[in-house]
Design a protein around this ligand. Structure first.
Ligand code: NAP
Length: 166
């Protein structure tokens, strides 16, 4: 079976995804949703997102092969895989995956890799948020919504939306 490439993101109405290398909100159900979807699968991320995760967890994401993309010769003491370009990272992810790999950000990596995605898992936070990292513009006509769960009484209100490439 071909390994699927999925991209997972939480974004505000104005497509903001981050501020000062942190998440701009705390939605614990979204963290659980992220964990449930990605556990057991390789996760691919930019070096700044990896730094952000280390800031929160003090370790890589557990029970997932962490694959980090960096040009700068980045090294660290953790048991992760590091690649200097996106296609080598994706190929490595696919070689160790059972059925799905997840591209988990941040903005630079989403921008350069959305073209490779078969599926988008979006947590849409229904408000505008200030920040310095944004999800790229993408053509929604190329995607079909296959699943949606609204959590509109939560503050902030949000929806889990799954899109599949047409
Ligand atoms: N809301 C969400 O779902 C979500 C998810 C993930 C991240 N975020 C947020 O997004 C922000 C981080 O995003 P970002 O755009 O600043 O950084 P990023 O995409 O996480 O990482 C950027 C780094 O990746 C490396 N890189 C990028 N393109 C490359 C390429 N083609 N080849 C080799 N290396 C490459 C470079 O690392 P070197 O500098 O080491 O060369 C670059 O500095 C944070 O605020 C974070 O909290 C939000």
């Amino acid at each position: 079976m071909a390994v699927k490439t999925s991209l997972i993101v939480a974004m505000a109405q104005n497509k903001c995804i981050g501020k000062d290398n942190k998440m701009p909100w705390h939605i614990s159900d979204d963290l659980k949703h992220f964990k449930a979807l990605t556990t057991g699968h390789p996760v691919i991320m930019g070096r700044k997102t990896f730094d952000s995760i280390l800031g929160y967890l003090k370790k890589p994401l557990p029970q997932r092969r962490n694959i980090v993309i960096s040009r700068s010769g980045f090294k660290n003491e953790h048991n992760i895989s590091i690649f200097t370009n996106i296609s080598d990272a994706i190929n490595h992810g696919k070689s160790v995956a059972s059925d799905e790999i997840f591209i988990i950000g941040g903005a630079e990596i989403y921008t350069q890799s959305i073209q490779y995605a078969d599926k988008l898992y979006i947590t849409k936070v229904h408000k505008n948020v200030e920040g310095d990292a944004f999800f790229p513009e993408f053509n929604e006509d190329e995607w079909t919504e296959i699943e949606r769960t609204d959590h509109l009484s939560h503050e902030p209100p949000y929806s889990f939306i799954t899109l599949e490439r047409k």
